[in-house]
Design a protein around this ligand. Structure first.
Ligand code: GH3
Ligand code: MG
Ligand code: MG
Ligand code: MG
Length: 325
């Protein structure tokens, strides 16, 4: 609920911000093959406070749109090369609703109006241009552009927030490693590929020895610090691309890609030794580790994890502070 609240507030603040700043004060783009027509429009619009960009060809139009990101386009029906309507379709396909396109035409009639709107234009205006009629249409255009840009930025914010919520949901807050859900996601993602290519994939299960005693003897906070320190050691020892996760209270897991059991076991052994050397004011701890690798007989992910769990259990039974495959 708190997170949702903060998403909502972020959205509101972006909206406010957006209403002040203006996609609306962006220049307007005139696309017309004829210099005289563009000059007339420029003289009409500039005194009304519009900043005008001009393009006389398709290429020029696209270049300017990418560079200056105008939002309102005045497009001549009789554009050379491909014609205004085809260009309108292309602009709509390329830039979606971000552009507000007004088609200008010398032969104004209702059939043409329909054709222009079907080509994706937002509006349609006959030449010679009536100044006030054009200014009125531009007022509408600005309102719509403003509305669409605020939607757009709200959407971007939502997507961004959604990404960070998603990654938060996959992370363990205490250690910064993945949590159980993150581990599941990782395995779901890499399992099919590993199976298909019969590539090496190993699982290392780690459990801190007698951790209950650490809590009892030194307190829960100190216990948490030990967990964080073990997490940090795991991160340091593992390779980039490996999954490192805290999958239970004092249980961790490493999934090693392109790594056979032998290599995983030596990594586990280095980890075991490093944990015994964690320095500082923390109580000393040891870990027990179980290692398994993907083989052809394993039907699912659980089989791989179960094999590592079994090995870990054996490590505990054999006296702890050891690695078992
Ligand atoms: P073993 O060597 O057999 O693994 O013994 P153990 O004491 O480590 O195992 P057990 O599963 O009995 O105890 C695990 C303890 O971990 C119990 C619980 O209080 C503690 N624990 C679980 N989560 C946390 C946590 O987030 N913080 C702290 N400080 N302790 C935790
Ligand atoms: Mg013309
Ligand atoms: Mg345990
Ligand atoms: Mg334990």
């Amino acid at each position: 609920q708190e997170k949702l609240e903060s998403v909502r507030n972020a959205l509101l603040s972006v909206r406010d911000q957006h209403q002040n700043e203006s996609s609306v004060n962006k220049p307007l783009l005139l696309i017309d093959g004829q210099d005289t027509d563009r000059a007339i429009l420029q003289r009409t619009l500039e005194p009304a406070g519009y900043q005008i960009l001009q393009a006389s060809s398709v290429d020029e139009a696209f270049t300017i749109i990418y560079k200056n990101t105008p939002r309102i386009i005045l497009l001549d029906w009789a554009m050379p090369e491909i014609g205004g309507l085809l260009l309108c379709r292309r602009l709509r396909r390329e830039f979606g609703l971000r552009l507000y396109i007004i088609i200008l035409t010398a032969h104004y009639n209702q059939d043409d109006a329909l054709e222009a709107l079907e080509a994706g234009a937002n509006d349609y205006l006959g030449k010679p241009i009536d100044r006030n009629f054009l200014l009125a249409k531009l007022l509408v255009a600005k309102k719509i552009v403003e509305f669409i840009s605020s939607l757009e930025s709200n959407c971007e914010q939502l997507i961004h927030q959604n990404h960070s919520l998603q990654s938060m949901a996959m992370k363990d807050a205490l250690t910064g490693l993945a949590n159980r859900r993150g581990a599941d996601e990782f395995l779901k993602q890499h399992w099919p590929n590993a199976l298909r290519h019969q590539s090496d994939l190993s699982c290392i299960m780690i459990d801190i020895d007698h951790f209950k005693k650490i809590n009892d003897q030194y307190g829960h906070d100190q216990g948490d610090r030990v967990l964080a320190a073990v997490g940090k050691t795991i991160l340091e020892i593992s390779r980039i691309g490996d999954l490192t996760a805290r999958v239970g209270g004092e249980e961790f897991m490493i999934i090693c890609l392109q790594c056979n059991q032998e290599n995983a076991a030596s990594l586990a052994e280095r980890l075991r030794q490093s944990v015994t050397k964690i320095v500082g004011t923390l109580p000393p701890v040891t870990i027990s580790v179980g290692v398994s690798e993907l083989n052809a007989a394993m039907a699912n992910i659980e089989a791989l994890l179960r094999a590592a769990d079994q090995a870990l259990l054996t490590a505990k039974r054999q006296g702890r502070n050891r690695v078992v495959c």
